[in-house]
Design a protein around this ligand. Sequence first.
Ligand code: ADP
Ligand code: MG
Length: 359
Amino acid sequence: MPLNTDFHSLPILLLYGGRSAEHEVSCISAIFIFEKLVEARFTVYPVYVAKNGLWYLQEVPSAAEENCIGNSCKVRFVQQDSEFFLEGERDKVPVKFVFPIIHGTNGEDGRLQGMLEFYQIPYAGCSALSSALCMDKWFMREIFKAAHLPQVEYAKLEKKQWEEKLSDIMEKFSYPVFVKPCNMGSSVGVSKVKEQSELKTAIEDAFRYDDHILIEQGVDPEEIEVSILGNFPDYKVSLPGKLLPNHEFYSYEAKYEDENGAHFEIPANLEESVRKEVQEMAKKAFAAVRGEGFARIDFFLEKQTNKLYLNEINTLPGFTPISMFPRLFEVSGISPSDLLSEIVALGYSRFEKQSTFVA
Ligand SMILES: Nc1ncnc2c1ncn2[C@@H]1O[C@H](COP(=O)(O)OP(=O)(O)O)[C@@H](O)[C@H]1O
Ligand SMILES: [Mg+2]
């Protein structure tokens, strides 16, 4: 893609950590991204966002909070004329491009991206709009519905007077159903409900995280995932992978607490027609939310019927050496350092395009 910016010569600020439940994963993602961006000959400044919200400029990222804080310099974000810097007692570095890799709340939901758009700083990954849309499961489903993409049956429940509305809502479902908070991730607050007697507890649990929740028709799925790269509407999609949870479903425990919580089949052993269907649907789904940069898109392939349902788009997927996102591109012929160079180029290209619009 022809870019006006000689972006390779500009430093990248790698922002990681953050306050969400995925803090630790973010640190491991950052270590891998740092290594691969350096391999691609970028100058990278890792910036650790501690759980209390303070920012630390480092030489190399680390997964141990004491290293992140102990060996680094607390910095703040400052504006001087039309330039931005991170400034601390020892150091001052320019902010030219940000690579946010803070998964979950604040980093993946559009808030951080909105701040960068406000200050007109180019950055990697999805825009504030598509990040926010994909973070809220109900808004995401409504957009998919408008784009005629196949999904499981779903209904939204609001905290106010939910008990009165429940029996009407439940008429269109059969057990098992899944109950989930609209605005969460990492399977936090997600329950599989097999019979009516378990429903109330699951709903109350989901309402601990959000005052809007979803009830979804449970299916018995093969969980299929693909990685996607590109700016709207020109997308490259990886080969699909399959996720095989060793738990009842891909719960929080299976994701983070049990080392053998799941295993991956990379690439997934799928019929050619299903592989194509997954890849085509991934492009349509990413276009529907006007996705930009990169994402991982997850599907349910119903075992009994072979019917494919779109589940969700993760706009800041795990980016560790064992994560699906980079591994799926690697088996599709794009190495992690080429993948990262392309993600940075896509961020600049979006920024340049936006700079041409009349304000
Ligand atoms: N409708 C459903 N049918 C079958 N399994 C589901 C359904 N919804 C969620 N699951 C299971 O729960 C997991 C987490 O749900 P998901 O909607 O992906 O939430 P999160 O954003 O927290 O990952 C899925 O990976 C899958 O294992
Ligand atoms: Mg998921």
